[in-house]
Write a protein that binds this ligand. Structure first.
Ligand code: AMP
Length: 388
C-alpha cells in the first residue's frame, strides 16, 4: 500500500470525539488531556467512565446517527473504543471528520467470519474454522474440523461471552440453540495452546508502524486475568508475533492501534485468534511501564504527532480487578494496603455498579524481572480482596 503524504499535526486544543464511554475511552481521554487536547464522548450513560474525565458528553445510543454526526461535527477527529458500533453511524460521521481506524477496518473486525476470512485470504495463520448458519452447517463443520472445537457468535462477542466448547456432535445441538444469532456463528478448532500472546501495533497516517512488546496473557472464564510484559517466550517467537501484528495492520490499512491476540502452539507456531482496532486490556501496563502508553500512542496518531517510543522502562505485570474482588471483599477492597507494596499502581475506572466479571479497574506492578512483577501484582490483588 503506498504511504499517504505527510499529515499536518492538529494544534493543541483540537477535539477528539470518542464513541463509547468505557475504560478504554476514559484512559484515552486522560492521555489526550495530558497533551492538551479536548475530548467529547458519546455514550448512553451520561456518567460513563470516559464522560467523568472528558470535556463533554453526548448521552445517546451508539446507533443514534444524528448523535454520532453531532459528535463528528464538533470534533477534529473521531475514534471508537469498542467494535460493536453501527458501521452506518460511523459512515455518517466520516462525512464530517476523519474516523480512525476507518469504517472498513471496523466492518472486518466486528465480525469474526469476515475477520478470519480477511486473515486467511492474506495468508496469515489462523486455526481451521468454518462459518455456521444452521445446524446442518454445524454438523458438516464438526466433520471437517473435528472436536474439541469452539463455537462462537460471529458478532457482539466479548470477554468469552457467546462461546461454547463442542466435544461431540451431540453437545453441538444445544450449543447451537443457545448461541444462534442473525449474524451467524463460527466453529474453530480448539487450540491446545502453550501460551496466549498479544501484540499491539500502532500505525500512523503516514503508514509508519511501531509495535509494543509482545505480552503474555492468562484468561479466566474467557476474560483477561493477567498480562505479563515482555512475554516469557523465545526471542524468535516475540519477533514473529511483532512481524505478524505489523503485517496485519499494514494489510488492513489501520490508522490507529491494532491489538492482535495470538496462540503460541506447543510446537512453537503462532495462530492469530482475534483482532481489536483499539487500545487493548493487555496493553494497560504501558501506562506505568513504557515510555509511551498505548493511549498516548493512539492520541498521537489521531492528532498526527510522531509515534512515541514503545520501549519499556521496567518489566511489568498487570492484574485485572473484576467486580468479583468487591464481592469477595464484601465492600470496597483494601486498596490502601495493596498500594503499600512498592512499585504497585492502581487504576480504577469510576464504575459504581459492581457485577461479577465486570472490569472495574486493574493493578500494575513493575520490577527488574517479570517473575517478581507477576508475584507482586498477584500479592497486591490478594491483599485487596480482603475486606477493608
Ligand atoms: P476470544 O473472544 O475469541 O478472544 O476468546 C476468549 C478466550 O477463549 C481466548 O483468549 C482463549 O483463552 C479462549 N479461546 C478462544 N478460542 C479458542 C480456541 N480456538 N482454542 C482454544 N481456546 C480458545
Amino acid at each position: 500500500m503506498p504511504l499517504p503524504s505527510r499529515q499536518i499535526p492538529l494544534p493543541p486544543g483540537s477535539r477528539i470525539g470518542i464513541i463509547g464511554g468505557g475504560q478504554l475511552g476514559r484512559m484515552t481521554a486522560m492521555a489526550a488531556a495530558r497533551v492538551g487536547y479536548r475530548v467529547s464522548v458519546l455514550d448512553p450513560d451520561g456518567d460513563s467512565p470516559a464522560a467523568q474525565v472528558a470535556d463533554d458528553c453526548i448521552a445517546a445510543a451508539y446507533e443514534d446517527r444524528d448523535a454520532v454526526r453531532d459528535l463528528a461535527r464538533r470534533s477534529d477527529v473521531v475514534t471508537y473504543e469498542f467494535e460493536n458500533v453501527d458501521p452506518g453511524a460511523i459512515e455518517a460521521a466520516t462525512a464530517m471528520a476523519p474516523v480512525r481506524p476507518s469504517v472498513e477496518v471496523l466492518r472486518i473486525t466486528q465480525d469474526r467470519i469476515k475477520e478470519k476470512g480477511a486473515l486467511t485470504e492474506a495468508g496469515f495463520p489462523v486455526a481451521p474454522y468454518r462459518a455456521v448458519r444452521n445446524p446442518d452447517d454445524l454438523q458438516r463443520a464438526i466433520g471437517e474440523i473435528g472436536t474439541p472445537a469452539v463455537l462462537k457468535t460471529a458478532r457482539m462477542g466479548y470477554d468469552g461471552k457467546g462461546q461454547a466448547i463442542i466435544d461431540s456432535g451431540a453437545s453441538a445441538e444445544s450449543a447451537f440453540d443457545k448461541l444462534k444469532r442473525p449474524g451467524g456463528l463460527i466453529l474453530e478448532r480448539f487450540v491446545p495452546f502453550a501460551m496466549e500472546l498479544s501484540v499491539i501495533c500502532a500505525r500512523n497516517g503516514e503508514g509508519r508502524t511501531r509495535t509494543f512488546p509482545c505480552t503474555e496473557n492468562v484468561h479466566e472464564n474467557g476474560i483477561l486475568d493477567l498480562s505479563i510484559a515482555p512475554a516469557r517466550v523465545p526471542e524468535n517467537s516475540a519477533r514473529e508475533a511483532a512481524r505478524l501484528a505489523s503485517a496485519i495492520a499494514e494489510e488492513l490499512g489501520v490508522i490507529g492501534l491494532l491489538a492482535v491476540e495470538m496462540f503460541l502452539t506447543r510446537e512453537g507456531g503462532l495462530l492469530v485468534n482475534e483482532l481489536a482496532p483499539r487500545p487493548h486490556n493487555s496493553g494497560h501496563y504501558t501506562m506505568d511501564a513504557s515510555r509511551t502508553s498505548q493511549f498516548e500512542q493512539l492520541v498521537r496518531i489521531l492528532c498526527n504527532l510522531p509515534l512515541g517510543d514503545v520501549s519499556m522502562q521496567r518489566n511489568a505485570a498487570m492484574a485485572n480487578l473484576l467486580g468479583d474482588v468487591w464481592l469477595e471483599a464484601g465492600g470496597n477492597p483494601d486498596f490502601a494496603r495493596a498500594l503499600s507494596l512498592n512499585s504497585v499502581s492502581l487504576h480504577l475506572y469510576g464504575k459504581s455498579k459492581v457485577r461479577t466479571g465486570r472490569k472495574m479497574g486493574h493493578l500494575t506492578a513493575m520490577a527488574s524481572d517479570v517473575e517478581t512483577a507477576r508475584s507482586l501484582v498477584l500479592e497486591a490483588r490478594r491483599i485487596a480482596r480482603r475486606a477493608s
